[in-house]
Design a protein around this ligand. Structure first.
Ligand code: 3PG
Ligand code: MG
Length: 397
């Protein structure tokens, strides 16, 4: 898949002004970065360009500001990035105009400069050609290293790719390579595990997956909707009853495509939505009217693990239970540990991503053992939905 993209192997960056789109949308608390994973991921691209004598000009958004607003400034993120790459990162208070032009003009080969939040200009999200042209004046080439923002067709994530010679950064390249191996040209059989609260947010994703994978494990709150659709009484569990027909349609589509749907066969039920509240395992024919399903049960865990054993490739999105509360993290942790062990034993290629998934795998202590963990949220979901990502499409040769 990566072969169809130009990468840093295809360009001599020495002396060039390289506009690098990165994802600096990191979690912050009290002005400090609380999880530097995204910064660590982009470090190789920045370091490589800088070491080769290119001028690294970083473009990124932070939050969803409506115009300029200090609490969404990238300045503290640029400082945290400097610690990660162990190089000074200069900062300019605007991403276009005189301020940006002066900062770029002052750069020497190998320098790194971070420009202020692109979303301080509403033209960024509109992908306004005049704004794209303003950005393009600052660089000779454009490198996109922000897979996690590639579902946005914004000026800095997509527009620039039409205006300047475009290349995939190393993280983008690794991401496309890993994702390609997971769904586009995977080693079969492929299993997907999809969890999370709601079917409504993942209808497109499920519909796409059943046409691509050999087995689909459905867990989390969304499994209740499927169980309900099949006539199981789910008590007070989270359940989107109005989506019963959608669930049945997905089951039919899976059958027609030869994809086995694996639903829970038992459940951990509690009477309050709280950590450490008393809970028990129940068969599906015995869920109490007042009960709430908060995790998959022990027989379901065995079933999921043996389905993982049958697979050569795994794509995982979303926890299979309320993993943020003990003991309802058991199903997610058990499946994650099993997948990690199979991966370590070289029996499985495992790819995970999207929202809570990374947090769940970190919680299980296995994030380092998966073949690839994407830091993308929305972009990972859209990729799983089979949708073209504008920031990736524009990189294609
Ligand atoms: C993310 O954090 O998921 C990406 O940076 C995209 O951010 P957005 O959803 O605000 O476009
Ligand atoms: Mg998002």
């Amino acid at each position: 898949m990566t072969n169809s993209f130009r990468t840093l192997d295809d360009v001599d960056v020495k002396g060039k002004r390289v506009l690098v789109r990165v994802d600096l949308n990191v979690p912050m608390d009290g002005g400090k970065v609380t999880d530097a994973t995204r910064l660590e991921r982009i470090a190789p691209t920045i370091t490589e360009i800088s070491d080769k004598g290119g001028k690294v000009i970083l473009l990124a958004h932070f939050g969803r500001p409506k115009g300029r607003d200090d609490k969404n400034s990238l300045k503290p993120v640029a400082a945290a990035l400097a610690d990660v790459i162990k190089k000074p990162v200069a900062f300019a208070y605007d991403c276009v105009g005189d301020v940006a032009a002066k900062a770029v003009g002052a750069m020497k080969d190998g320098d790194v400069l971070c420009l202020e939040n692109t979303r301080f200009h509403s033209a960024e999200e509109k992908n306004d050609p005049a704004f794209v042209a303003e950005l393009a004046k600052l660089g000779d080439i454009w490198v996109n290293d922000a897979f996690s923002a590639a579902h946005r067709a914004h000026a800095s994530t997509e527009g620039l790719g039409h205006k300047l010679p475009a290349y995939a950064g190393r993280t983008m390249q690794a991401e496309l390579d890993a994702l390609g191996k997971a769904l586009d040209a995977p080693t079969k059989p492929v299993i997907a595990i999809v969890g999370g609260a709601k079917v409504s947010s993942k209808i497109d994703l499920l519909e796409n997956l059943v046409t691509k994978v050999d087995a689909l494990v459905i867990g989390g709150g969304m499994a209740n909707t499927f169980l309900h659709a099949q006539g199981v009484k789910v008590g007070k569990s989270l359940c989107e009853k109005d989506l019963a027909a959608t669930a049945l349609r997905i089951i039919d589509k899976a059958e027609a495509s030869g994809c086995a749907i694996i639903l829970p066969v038992d459940a951990i039920v509690a009477f309050h939505f709280a950590a450490n509240t008393p809970s028990h395992a129940y068969g599906l024919d015995a869920i109490p009217d007042e009960g709430m399903i908060l995790d998959v049960g022990p027989q379901s865990i065995e079933r999921i693990n043996s389905a993982i054993d049958d697979a050569a490739t795994l794509v995982w999105n979303g926890p299979v239970g309320a993993f943020e509360m003990t003991p309802f993290d058991r199903g997610t942790v058990a499946g994650a540990k099993h997948a990690a062990a199979r991966t370590k034993a070289k029996k499985l290629i495992s790819v995970a991503g999207g929202g809570d998934t990374v947090a769940a795998l970190n919680h299980a202590g296995v994030a380092d053992d998966f073949s690839y963990i994407s830091t993308a949220g929305g972009a990972f979901l859209e990729w799983m939905e089979g949708k073209p990502l504008p920031g990736v499409e524009v990189l294609k040769k």
